[in-house]
Write a protein that binds this ligand. Structure first.
Ligand code: C5P
Length: 225
């Protein structure tokens, strides 16, 4: 059964905590991204954990293997449940992060970003392949490097699942029918993502900026079911 993850893309702790409190009735998963973590840092993660949330720290690490390995350990020490790094960091970077977490039975799940859902075909610098083919090729590598899953468009999830059934697929770029795409490009509806085999659906603006985030989340869950 696919899980809904709410991207807490708000500029301060109080709104993030009140959203998480309100939405925890529907889903335990929330995502803290670059803006919120830069502003609110580890104390917010501790408060979200205290609320009973599953915390997805979406900092998309991309650096030398040693630095990323140490950062993965730091995230694990904060009780993070799911963590992202860029598959484009390559085999050594991804394997170093995975090995850094190996001895931790309560380690975060490690997900590799394939092609950002905001990329239009032809927009990825220096990459000739279509986003769907590039995502599949990185997903196959991520599986061999020992990652738990990949971040991919719902448009790519079915092909990835067919090729690597054990690899979890986490899909941003989710838009209910008729919702604004914003800066996202390779989007699918909640129902399409579930049909494609997505394990996690990440939704930000369609919930967070809705007049009633609660009603918007409820409607997405209804469509997922
Ligand atoms: O508002 P929206 O639903 O587009 O938010 C999507 C969230 O997922 C954002 O927090 C964004 O940073 C994140 N994300 C993404 N594409 C990726 C990885 C993460 O949109 N490939």
């Amino acid at each position: 059964m696919a899980q809904l993850v709410i991207a807490l893309d708000v500029p301060e702790s109080e709104s993030a905590l009140s959203l998480a409190r309100e939405l925890s009735e529907f889903t335990p998963w929330c995502k803290v991204g670059m803006e919120l973590f830069t502003l609110a840092g580890p104390p917010l993660l501790i408060e979200l954990k205290a609320l009973g949330c599953n915390v997805f720290l979406d900092l998309k690490f991309y650096d030398i293997p040693h630095t990323v390995g140490r950062a993965a350990l730091a995230a694990a020490a904060m009780g993070v449940d799911l963590l992202t790094l860029h598959c484009q960091g390559g085999a050594r970077m991804c394997k170093t992060a995975r090995e850094a977490l190996a001895d931790n039975p309560a380690r975060p799940l490690l997900f590799g970003v394939t092609a950002l859902t905001s990329f239009m075909p032809g927009e990825m610098p220096g990459i000739e392949a279509a986003p769907a083919d590039f995502a599949l090729s990185l997903a196959k590598r991520a599986f061999h490097w020992g990652l738990d899953g990949v971040v991919c468009s719902g448009l790519d999830a079915a092909r990835i699942k067919k090729s690597c059934p054990e690899l979890l697929c986490l899909c941003p770029g989710i838009r209910p029918a008729g919702a604004a795409a914003d800066d996202q490009c390779r989007i699918v509806t909640p129902a399409e993502a579930v049909r494609a085999g997505a394990d996690f659906l990440v939704v930000g603006r369609p919930v967070v900026q809705a007049h009633s985030p609660l009603a918007a989340a409820r409607e997405i869950l209804r469509e997922m079911a």
